[in-house]
Ligand binder design. Structure first.
Ligand SMILES: N#Cc1c(N)ncnc1-c1cnn(Cc2cccc(F)c2)c1
Length: 284
C-alpha cells in the first residue's frame, strides 16, 4: 500500500481500493518531541477509544470509518490500531473547541482578554472552566511549525458558508464528549477534530476523535484552576522528564532520553484506565 503521510503518532496509507488506512503508532509525544520509547498498546487503546466515540457521535454527523478490520496486505502487528476510512476533501482548518482555558488559549487571553476573537470574562485563570465551550480554530501548520489561531472571520474567508457549520459541529462534538467523559471522572478540556467533505458535499467527521492525543484529558478529582492541570495520561512522562533523574535539560534543545520501564508501565496503565472508564469495557 502507498504511504501518504506521517504524523507524530500516526501514519496514513492509501489502499488499492482508493480508501485510506489510518494507523496509530505506540509513540508518545511530550514537549514537542516524539519520544524514543514507545508505550505498548497505546495505538490500539486510542484507536479503540476513538471507534467507541465515533459510534456515540453518529447521531450528530456522519463519519469516515469504513472498517476496523485489518486489510489483507497490512502487517499483522497493525491489528487493532489500523482503521480503513473513506477519502474526504479535508477542510483546511483545525477545528478546535475549548471548554476550559489553558495552553495557547490562555496565552492569548492573558494578552488580549479574548481567544480567536471571542471576548471572555475577566479574571479567568489557568484551567478555568469557560462559561460556554468556544470554537477556537487554527490554521493547519506545516510539519514542525505551530498552528496559528484564526478568528471566525478568517475561517469564513477560508471556507465561506461552511464556517458556521464547522463551528457548530465542533462545539457539539466537544459538548457530547466532555459531558460523557465528565460523568466518568475525566475532564476533556479541549479537543481538535478534522472535518472533510464527501463527494456529495456532506461534512463528515474524520481523523481520530476525543482521544488523549487529540484532546486534553485531565483527572476531574485533581481539577483546581490557578495552575497547570495534571494531564491524565502524560503527567508521569512530563514529571520524569523534568526531574533531575532524567538528566534532561529542556532548554538544551536536545531530544529527551529514553523513558524508564516504570514510567512506561504507569503511562500505559493511564491509557488503559481512560479507555475502561469512558467505555466501561475491559481493554484486552
Ligand atoms: N482522517 C482522514 C482523512 C480522510 N478521511 N480523507 C482524506 N484525508 C485524510 C487525512 C489527511 N491527513 N490527515 C491527518 C492524518 C491522519 C492520520 C495520520 C496522519 F499521518 C495524518 C487525515
Amino acid at each position: 500500500m502507498k504511504h501518504l503521510h506521517s504524523g507524530k503518532v500516526r501514519d496514513l496509507y492509501e489502499l488499492p481500493t482508493g480508501e485510506l488506512l489510518m494507523v496509530a503508532r505506540d509513540t508518545i509525544s511530550a514537549y514537542d518531541y516524539v519520544l524514543d520509547t514507545p508505550i505498548p498498546d497505546k495505538g490500539r487503546i486510542l484507536t479503540q477509544l476513538s471507534l467507541w466515540w465515533f459510534e456515540r457521535l453518529a447521531d450528530l454527523l456522519p463519519n469516515h470509518i469504513v472498517s476496523a478490520d485489518l486489510p489483507p496486505d497490512a502487517p499483522a502487528e497493525w491489528a487493532g490500531r489500523a482503521v480503513v476510512v473513506r477519502r474526504l476533501d479535508m477542510v483546511p482548518v483545525e477545528c478546535v473547541a475549548r471548554g476550559y482555558l489553558t495552553g495557547s488559549g490562555l496565552k492569548e487571553y492573558t494578552k488580549t482578554g479574548s481567544v480567536c476573537g471571542v471576548a471572555l470574562p475577566a479574571g479567568l485563570l489557568d484551567g478555568s472552566r469557560l462559561p460556554e465551550p468556544i470554537f477556537t480554530p487554527t490554521t493547519k501548520a506545516a510539519v514542525g511549525e505551530h498552528d496559528e489561531a484564526m478568528t471566525f472571520t478568517q475561517v469564513e474567508a477560508t471556507v465561506g458558508d461552511l464556517a458556521p457549520r464547522l463551528r457548530d459541529l465542533t462545539v457539539a462534538v466537544y459538548r457530547r464528549g466532555a459531558e460523557m467523559a465528565r460523568e466518568r471522572g475525566i475532564i476533556v478540556a479541549d479537543t481538535k477534530i478534522e472535518l472533510g467533505l464527501d463527494p456529495s458535499g456532506e461534512l463528515v467527521l474524520g481523523d481520530e476523535v476525543l482521544t488523549p492525543d487529540s484532546s486534553r484529558f485531565w483527572p476531574a478529582d485533581a481539577w483546581e484552576p490557578g495552575h497547570a492541570q495534571p494531564s491524565f495520561d502524560k503527567q508521569f512522562v512530563r514529571d520524569w522528564l523534568t526531574s533531575p533523574e532524567s538528566g534532561w535539560d529542556q532548554a538544551s534543545g536536545e531530544a529527551p532520553p529514553p523513558l524508564p520501564d516504570e514510567i512506561v508501565e504507569q503511562t500505559r496503565a493511564r491509557y488503559v484506565e481512560a479507555y475502561e472508564r469512558i467505555t466501561a469495557r475491559t481493554f484486552t
